[in-house]
Design a protein. Structure first.
Length: 125
């Protein structure tokens, strides 16, 4: 529940931000998704640890890194989706149009790229 409130607060911070901060939020969302992928790799590594040596440490690592991976990817993914609409609406303000357009473009390309990458990964399984 607290994680959901963090995501909602993150979105409300993006709504109230100016164009420069929205551009920063676009990169922070990318960083959150990259951290999620790193935690996902750690969860994959923990599965190997379960098979090879320590079952207890592997399961503990899998639980922790899996939860962090899911939260980080959702945090960045939902943030980028929200930022597409927020920055798209912010382009109507003339003084912040450039920053909002850049944030919109980065968020849109990242969002589409993540969907395509997820499709290709699932298709290869």
């Amino acid at each position: 529940m607290k994680s959901l409130l963090n995501i909602i607060r993150h979105i409300s911070d993006m709504v109230s931000a100016d164009g420069k901060k929205r551009l920063l939020y676009a990169f922070l969302n990318i960083l959150a998704m990259a951290l999620g992928l790193a935690f996902g790799w750690c969860a994959y590594y923990c599965v190997g640890v379960i098979k090879d040596s320590s079952v207890i440490l592997g399961i503990l690592g899998l639980i922790v890194s899996g939860a962090l991976a899911i939260f980080s990817v959702l945090y960045g993914f939902i943030g980028q989706l929200a930022l597409i609409f927020i920055a798209g609406g912010g382009m109507f303000r003339a003084e912040e149009r450039g920053y909002n357009f850049a944030a919109f473009l980065i968020a849109l390309l990242t969002f589409v790229g993540l969907i395509v990458a997820g499709y290709l990964i699932i298709k290869s399984l």
